[in-house]
Design a protein around this ligand. Sequence first.
Ligand SMILES: *Cc1c(COP(=O)(O)O)cnc(C)c1O
Length: 225
Amino acid sequence: MDEIGIAAKNCGRSPEAVRLVVVTKGQPAQKINQVIEAGAQLLGENYPEETKTKIPEITGKVDWHMIGHLQSRKIKYVTDYFSMIHSIDRLEIAEKLNEHLALVGKSMDALFEVNLSGEESKSGFPAWNEGSWDKLTDDLIQMSGLSHLNFIGLMTMPPFSKNPEDSRSVFKNCRHLLELLQQRSGNPAFAELSMGTSLDYHVAIQEGATFIRIGTAIMGERVYR
Ligand SMILES: *Cc1c(COP(=O)(O)O)cnc(C)c1O
């Protein structure tokens, strides 16, 4: 985890400006408890039902962040267990999640997930064509009016590559899109960029990430169910 602070300093950023989300999907509770003991405070999960079954075995206080594509029928688990969602990828899920939050009397921090590569397997609001950004930011600004979701920025996931430099243009574009969102909304609350995983977090930090989401580099290989 010290490596994150070093990566931040190396590009002139404060280590506190980059928060680590340890991605624990596919990891047993015992290993998760070890990283909590080692100081992890934010844990990221993709499958809310998996999180629900693990939580009783987790010792120590942590915040759970939802980072995976959310299906409507899983909303209840998200409002029960998670404090933030990085993966709002369509209007329908934003509205339904907001409705359920209102029902249970909670609010949640949220990020818009954007697809900047055009890769079809990726979720996220389509954003690979810069010509669409004015319209896209208008839509996102309107969505950010939802009463129980507190939208604070963007999340993205570049196409898989073993070469971290391949992710740079996607990260750079994500920052540019955030800047446009700030400008057009006049809202400084749009300040967070969730980007960078085990392979490319150094590059993400250089390009302005405020959350990095690291699984295997910290936890080791996942046990797939
Ligand atoms: C699994 C996952 C990660 C972590 O990936 P690693 O390669 O294990 O670091 C980060 N973000 C999302 C959205 C993921 O699904």
